[in-house]
Write a protein that binds this ligand. Structure first.
Ligand SMILES: [Fe+2]
Length: 288
């Protein structure tokens, strides 16, 4: 055993200190984290002032997190980490996935709705949108009794919890698939929106000359006991917006096309989902 004598000699000492961690996975996770952190600090030759700034950022994202905003999730999203986690854990056999990051605005316990009901509650102006589709299992059989939980921003680009003008739980609802695996509901066409920029993440975006605007999208969480929970999004926006999503959530299978309905100027979005068997584990809601 030798005392620490140089920057390079710190890492072996830390790894040795963590060696007796009984949980093998925790040992692996922390070992990997420490190896990469030490390599990073040395690669960029982190100064003391920069280290202080980094600590300040982490403290700041914690302090900026509250009942209506989860700045820590936002930070993970803006670094692309949330998308990497979502993609690598949900690949199809063909190497694709229909999963996407959860984002910071999912709330558990959205209202349970009847088929065809509108999730635009109160006075929510906007172009009417009919969303319909079928949920299948992995062999292509329709699945009945699947919960399709949908949430979205309003046409002004705000989720209800960010906006005093919207009723509680506006533009959020849970639907159940029928005996043919079908679901449908009504809403309004969502708008793109800026991720919150009033905290440390906004400061970072400005320093990096990045815009905060997400392309217009709907969020879905599709679940049935005995199947893996599918968390996904469908994007409706123009190509430019799709290419510069600040949270890197847009993949080709998630781009949806709006169709015109025959009557009334409403739009229609057809979206099918496929569930695969597995443990049904819901994420922790980012906000209550
Ligand atoms: Fe969103």
């Amino acid at each position: 055993m030798r005392l620490i004598s140089s920057p390079d000699s710190v890492l072996p000492a830390v790894l040795a200190a963590m060696e007796n961690t009984p949980d093998a996975r925790l040992r692996e996770l922390m070992g990997g984290l420490v190896r990469h952190l030490h390599a990073y600090v040395q690669e960029v030759r982190l100064t003391e002032a920069e280290f202080e700034r980094a600590i300040g950022f982490l403290v700041g994202i914690g302090q900026a997190t509250g009942p209506t905003k989860n700045e820590v999730i936002l930070a993970s999203d803006l670094l692309g980490v949330s998308t990497v986690v979502a993609l690598q854990n949900n690949l199809d056999p063909g190497g694709e996935t229909h999963a996407a990051l959860l984002g910071p605005f999912w709330r558990a316990n959205a209202p349970v709705c009847q088929p065809g009901e509108s999730i635009a509650r109160g006075d929510t102006p906007g172009r009417e949108l009919l969303v319909r589709g079928t949920v299948y299992d992995e062999s292509g059989e329709p699945l009945a009794g699947v919960t399709v939980d949908a949430w979205q921003a309003s046409p002004v680009g705000l989720y209800e919890n960010q906006d005093e003008q919207q009723p509680d739980m506006n533009l959020r609802g849970r639907f159940s698939t029928d005996a043919q695996g079908a679901y449908h509901f009504r809403t309004v066409v969502p708008a793109g929106y800026p991720v919150p920029t009033d905290g440390p993440c906004g400061e970072l975006l400005r320093a990096q000359r990045r815009h905060p605007n997400r392309p217009a999208h709907l969020h879905f969480m599709v679940s049935k006991p005995g199947y893996r929970v599918l968390v996904t999004q469908v994007f409706l926006d123009e190509e430019d917006a799709l290419l510069t999503d600040p949270v890197f959530g847009v993949t080709q299978p998630l781009v949806g096309q709006l169709a015109e309905q025959d009557t009334g100027g409403a739009a229609e979005l057809q979206r099918d989902f496929r569930l695969v068997p597995g443990p049904t584990v819901f994420p922790t809601p980012p906000i209550p």
